[in-house]
Ligand binder design. Structure first.
Ligand code: SF4
Length: 467
């Protein structure tokens, strides 16, 4: 039986963790635990999975055969390499994204790129377009880079250790592909498996600590079924994703409940609940960033400003983000980070003007070029570690004589792009940038309905609008 490790930092007095309601319930039904009782001091009354691994494997696989969900990547036909590719794509999509969302993306992806070779021939733009809305775009980039690497090498790596050499494939994905597609006896450990293992073995240590992570891998490696490793790994993940859920585990229906030490502890020590495992580690508060975002629309060849309402050939300026870091290589509207204390309108415009001048070599502050410039609202986008508040403006420029030089500058650049409205609508923008675009579009439609009533958007009128 695995022994729980205990450090001063991860000791958790039970009474301190329980809500008032749970304490009341415990007091009414059992001897209350001492306020100094530590969850790690409790001895489980069942021997645990290590005592009878063969029985646990058989029970879990029987349950999996009868109850597994019918998911498209489990239906993948073809040879081992096709299966490996299907597992790879699905596992990458499933990182950070729920199954019902992934199913649609997976089907569209596999229709367009059914093999690793077809994916390797795609462009990053096409892949980003397909990925739009799934978030964590680095995953899409790595899939494409990994596909190119595999095709260049000539064959799909067949072992977990060889798979780890492919760009973007880590321990988890390597284990999943090697065991499911190539039947290698290797484990997988993801969030669902961590939950199941921490309950089966009543492990209360911080699941994020590297020593605990190492231990989960060791335990998973001891449990994996030698004859059906891929199914066993999927069964562990399936159990964690369905019955052994975070907040409402269905222990009465669980195929391995007789091995579950957390369940045994919860029965013998009423204040303890299986949901105490794994230990909940508070997430670090995301950093707060602030940005001015300008949806820059370039009206071409207008003779005078009141022609604007008839113009259908406007172009939007997009900028490619740096190849490293957040949303690497993706397109966005001009965006400048500003300090929290400098998010007022004057400062934001000043920073944006500086940025656009550097970018396009034009002075947008010059009055004749600006047809309309108005704030359209704020939007907060939360990334895993950043809370980004975007102050969005719509800036419509009539470049007149400058349009030629600006267009040639953009066409000669890989980092700038001028696209018409149809292209913006169809291209793979991130959900945050799509939201920004929709805000500007809705604002413009409201404005155009005013223009339809012959209220021409002169700058004089624009300036009167409260910012
Ligand atoms: S008995 Fe309950 S807590 Fe234990 S593994 Fe099964 S579902 Fe999870």
């Amino acid at each position: 039986m695995a022994k729980n490790r205990k450090t001063p930092e991860n000791r958790r007095p039970i009474a301190a963790r329980k809500s008032q309601a749970r304490r009341c319930k415990a007091a009414a039904t059992a001897e209350p635990a001492s306020s100094t009782t530590d969850i790690e001091d409790l001895a489980p009354a069942v021997p645990g999975p290590a005592a009878a691994p063969a029985a646990l494997r058989a029970q879990l696989l029987r349950w999996y055969d009868a109850h597994r969900r019918d998911l498209p990547w489990r239906r993948a036909s073809g040879g081992e390499e096709d299966r490996a590719y299907a597992v790879w794509v699905s596992e990458v999509m499933l990182q950070q994204t729920r199954v019902p969302v992934v199913v649609g993306y997976y089907d569209r992806w596999m229709t367009r790129w059914p093999t690793v070779r077809s994916l390797a021939a795609a462009t990053q733009e096409e892949v980003n377009e397909m990925w739009a809305g799934l978030g964590y775009y680095r995953r899409a980039r790595f899939l494409l880079e990994g596909a190119k690497q595999i095709v260049e090498k000539g064959e799909f790596p067949r072992t977990a250790s060889a798979l780890r050499d492919v760009r973007g494939i880590g321990d988890y994905t390597a284990g999943a592909i090697a065991s499911i597609a190539f039947n290698e006896v290797v484990p997988v450990v993801d969030g669902n498996v961590v939950r199941v293992l921490s309950r089966l073995y009543a492990i209360a240590d911080n699941p994020k600590e590297s020593s605990t992570v190492k231990r989960f891998w060791e335990l998973a490696g001891q449990l994996v079924d030698p004859s059906r490793p891929g199914d066993f790994n999927q069964a562990m993940m399936e159990l964690g994703a369905t019955l052994c859920s975070k907040t409402k585990p269905g222990c009465s229906e669980c195929p391995v409940s007789s091995h579950c030490q957390a369940l045994a502890l919860s029965r013998d020590n009423p204040p303890v609940q299986v949901t105490d495992y794994p230990r909940v580690v508070p997430k670090a508060k995301p950093r707060s960033d602030f940005a001015a975002v300008s949806v820059v629309q370039i009206a071409q060849g207008l003779k005078q400003e009141d022609d604007y309402k008839k113009d259908k050939d406007d172009l939007f300026l997009l900028i490619r983000r740096p190849e490293e870091g957040l949303l690497a290589g993706l397109w966005e509207f001009p965006l400048v980070l500003v300090d929290e204390e400098k998010t007022d309108l004057i400062n934001r415009r000043k920073e944006m003007d500086k940025y656009l001048k550097k970018l396009l070599k034009i002075d947008v502050g010059q009055k004749p070029t600006v047809i309309l410039r108005e704030d359209v609202g704020e939007y907060v986008h939360v990334f895993s570690h950043i809370r980004l508040t975007m102050y969005v403006e719509l800036l419509i420029l009539n470049l007149k004589d400058e349009v030629g030089p600006v267009c040639s500058m953009v066409h000669g650049s890989e980092k700038l792009k001028l696209v018409n409205e149809n292209s913006v609508e169809s291209m793979g923008l991130t959900s945050g940038i799509r939201k920004v675009y929709n805000m500007a579009k809705a604002f413009k439609l409201r404005r155009l309905s005013v223009y339809e009533n012959d209220q021409v958007p002169t700058r004089k009128r624009s300036r009167r609008v409260k910012q």
